[in-house]
Design a protein around this ligand. Structure first.
Ligand code: NAD
Length: 269
């Protein structure tokens, strides 16, 4: 147990699984009051119960503006303040250049970008009333490189990264730091879940898939080990805590060096 978030109140979207769940656990262990926002009521309430009295679950579909607003406002009402927002919810999108549809685009933008922009929009007044805050948006190395998700996912995550950098310029003078994390190949259910509906597989099935995935991902970076949800949670903790007090408008890439080793084409002779 640490004290790096003592007295802070944090909202974590997509908090019932993977990176969000690991971050909820770490933030709570560091003294924060945490709202786990997500679509899986059973998983969310079970996790909140397990993490103790300072953690609660709120239902939220991030593609629904009223849900985004409700989670922010109800958090401030319940705990009297809002210090940290981790916009983490997300999932894969569909469509290649030659066959993409307007529905693919609308869904991808709504899920990955609009949710982030609106989360920030509703968090700002609550953070200002709390004397400042830290916003962390979960982007991806897909924002930086080809072949890390489909092209729509990459493009929309790039929008998340750029929006976050610029938002820190607007909000920094008002005491709100905005940063983005770009994870690369982290072993979570995103690799078999899909985002259209919540992951409802039994625990044993998730555990079996996780073990196999970690073996495969260990081959995908120079460290030769799999990235874990915990690796992103610790990055989020740094950005959320006072240790990150001078870090703003930053894209923190956490990928074990993966983005430095891509070699799709042979070296130029
Ligand atoms: P995950 O599938 O374990 O978690 C994603 C969470 O987002 C789930 O709880 C899911 O239910 C939730 N979610 C999806 N659509 C939602 C919606 N409409 N409303 C509310 N919640 C919704 O996967 P993860 O790897 O923990 O993903 C977290 C974030 O990290 C995502 O934004 C993802 O794009 C990003 N990311 C992951 C990786 C990786 O390798 N795992 C790499 C780069 C970026």
């Amino acid at each position: 147990m640490g004290e790096r978030l003592n007295g802070r109140v944090a909202v974590i979207t997509g908090g019932t699984s993977g990176i969000g769940a690991a971050t909820a656990e770490l933030f709570a262990a560091e003294g924060a009051k945490v709202v786990i926002a997500g679509r899986s009521r059973d998983k969310g309430t079970a996790l909140a119960d397990q993490l103790g009295e300072n953690v609660v679950y709120e239902h939220q579909d991030v593609t629904v503006e009223a849900d985004v607003r409700h989670v922010i406002d109800s958090t401030a009402e319940r705990f009297g303040r809002l210090d940290v927002l981790f916009n983490n919810a997300g999932g894969p999108t569909a469509g290649n250049v030659a066959d993409i549809t307007a529905e693919n685009i609308d869904y991808g933008v709504k899920l990955l970008f609009t949710s982030v922009a609106l989360g920030m929009r509703y968090a700002v007044p609550q953070m200002l009333a709390s004397g400042g805050g830290a916003i962390i948006n979960n982007s991806s190395v897909a924002a930086l490189r080809h072949l890390q998700g489909n092209i729509l996912y990459s493009a929309v995550k790039a929008a998340v990264t750029h929006y976050s950098r610029l938002a820190g310029v607007e909000l920094g003078p008002r005491g709100i730091r905005v940063n983005v994390i770009s994870p690369g190949a982290i072993a979570t259910p995103i690799f078999w879940g899909g985002s259209a509906r919540a992951n409802t597989l039994p625990d044993e099935e998730n555990a079996r898939k996780m073990a196999k995935l970690q073996g495969n991902l260990a081959k995908a970076n120079p460290l030769k080990k799999s990235g874990l949800a915990w690796d992103i949670a610790t990055a989020a903790l740094f950005l959320a805590s006072d240790e990150g007090r001078f870090v703003n408008c930053h894209d923190l890439v956490v990928d074990g060096g993966r983005t430095s080793m891509f070699n799709e084409y042979p070296a130029v002779p």
